[in-house]
Design a protein. Sequence first.
Length: 150
Amino acid sequence: MENDNKDYVTIRLAGQLCGIPVLEVHDVLSEQTITSVPLAPPAVAGVLNLRGRIVTAINLRKRLGLKDKESGGENMSIVVEYEGEPYSLLIDGVGDVLSFSEDSFERNPVTLDPCWQDVSSGIFRMEGELMVILDVEKLLNFGKTQAEAA
């Protein structure tokens, strides 16, 4: 029998449970030294050095228009690749890898906050909570849409 489950790395951001397809996650990092980049868009926290590669760090809270994290607690990030470039997504915390059947995947409900609607490919309903599936491409192409509009 074929297994049509999909695996997701779970993360927390501003209290919301999110999932990123496990095959898109290259690394999970604890606190890193981030060098700011002058004149970068507000969502770009800066760059970091990951084993000799320069990685752009994206502040997901700023990207989604969420309020800044209260100080304290460790910052974590997940490294994903988009158009051949590595990006570090700054998050509040990393959870487990969860497996869901394709059948339980749902489109975004109309009641989902618009900040999540724009970057999500859908949701999974869990006991007492929704897990928003983040679409890495939608999350990281914010620079292009701004550039095309100019």
